[in-house]
Design a protein around this ligand. Structure first.
Ligand code: 1QQ
Length: 391
């Protein structure tokens, strides 16, 4: 809510509204803090109180391959945003240790103790289904920057994502792989214990069906498995054109290495976790020819991409990845939502995040609809000489 007048009466009403307890449809207390709503709009917006933004990423354990880059991308954006006039952000960053329990505790802290205006994260869809249910009932807007499974924005009206859904990525990568690899017959291997890899598996089988590609081998495994001899034995029996793999890095690295040791040379088509230089580095030669769809490429000439890459390199002495670019974009989208009505209260951010019609980001033009879902164009990349190259 933005008050356009400053008469005594209006200020009195504002004070009343600011202190009256409001309850949203979800039962959350949506009482606004008047110090978080400022004057002016857009670039002219000025808010007196420091705006607290929360973030929950997997900074340690299995998903840290993405979480560390997300932290860096987000901190770079906050630094840049704080250099602009009018709004001072304070980032409260939590590590969920790559577990659902850790993520739940971190969300609870940000929602109740830190009283943040909005939350960015978590890293994995596997945590999002629990944590977003909590954010929704508390009335705290949450913006996913890497949560790609089906059904996430549908959790509720406080839940948004700026992370390309895996459905969209695979709709681009599977037809591209079909053409590049002359893919007629494939093996599909998936982690059956993770929300994202299971969701992606369903999409993969749908896409392959639509493309008329035969699934000659269809095997699953667990997130923490280390021995894939049984599944790979099945792949060896068939002469497949590619292995489509829906897995997180922890299983991917031993699986692909064991496949190569067994003499399986078929290229890999991967899901969102493969958009990681950490994973590609760990796979070494075994990653050559790998095809993956994603939200960002270093080679894209999107608005601000060259400057983002240069600033990131200067600050961290390494190149950004897709997860860094998405987290960086997420902070700018929240800033846009706050500036729209010059109001950093939870309700206002929620109302405005779902109305980002087109924002020119390093990911390319991006929009978020009222249902919380993102629209952006996917990129498809192939690993050549150990580096991602646009296909
Ligand atoms: C998800 C993902 C992961 C691969 C992000 C790191 O896409 O969990 O949805």
């Amino acid at each position: 809510m933005r008050l356009k007048t400053s008469s005594g009466a209006a200020l009195a009403v504002a004070a009343l509204l600011a202190t009256a307890a409001c309850v949203s449809e979800s039962g959350a207390d949506t009482t606004a803090d008047s110090a978080l709503s400022g004057s002016g709009a857009g670039e002219e917006c000025k808010i007196d109180e420091t705006v607290k933004l929360g973030a929950v990423f997997s900074l340690t354990e299995a998903a840290a391959f993405a979480g560390e880059y997300q932290k860096e991308g987000l901190e770079l954006a906050i630094e840049e945003l704080n250099a602009a006039e009018g709004i001072e952000y304070e980032l409260v960053l939590e590590d969920d240790g790559s577990t659902v329990e850790g993520s739940t505790v971190a969300f609870e802290k940000l929602i109740n103790r830190d009283q943040v205006s909005a939350i960015i994260g978590p890293t994995l869809s596997n945590m999002a289904f629990s944590t977003y249910t909590d954010a929704q009932s508390a009335g705290v807007p949450a913006l996913g920057v890497s949560t790609t499974a089906e059904g996430i924005p549908e959790i509720g009206d406080y839940i948004f994502r700026a992370s390309l859904p895996e459905v969209s990525a695979l709709a681009a990568s599977i037809p591209a792989a079909k053409e590049t690899l002359d893919m007629k017959k494939v093996a599909v291997l998936h982690d059956s214990a993770d929300e994202f890899t299971v969701s992606a598996y369903r999409t993969i089988t749908d896409e392959l069906g639509e493309e008329g590609i035969e699934i000659a081998v269809d095997e699953s495994f667990g997130t923490d498995d280390t021995d894939f001899a049984a599944q790979l034995g099945k792949v060896l029996e068939e002469d497949v054109d590619a292995v489509i793999l829906s897995a997180l890095p922890k299983a991917t690295v031993p699986l692909v290495k064991q496949a190569r040791d067994l003499g399986i040379t078929a290229p890999i088509v991967g899901g969102n976790a493969f958009n990681s230089p950490v994973l590609i580095g760990a796979l070494g030669d075994a990653a050559e020819g790998l095809i993956v769809g994603g939200a960002w490429s270093a080679a894209s000439e999107t608005t601000g991409n060259a400057e983002f890459i240069a600033a990131y390199n200067a600050k961290y002495d390494r190149a950004p990845d897709q997860f860094a670019a998405q987290a960086y974009t997420g902070a700018y989208l929240i800033d846009q939502a706050i500036r729209a009505d010059c109001d950093a209260n939870r309700e206002s951010i929620k109302d405005n995040l779902g109305q980002i019609l087109e924002y020119d980001s390093v990911l390319g033009p991006i929009s978020i609809d009222e249902g919380g879902e993102v629209t952006q164009t996917p990129v498809v990349q192939i690993v050549r000489d150990g580096a991602f190259t646009l296909l």
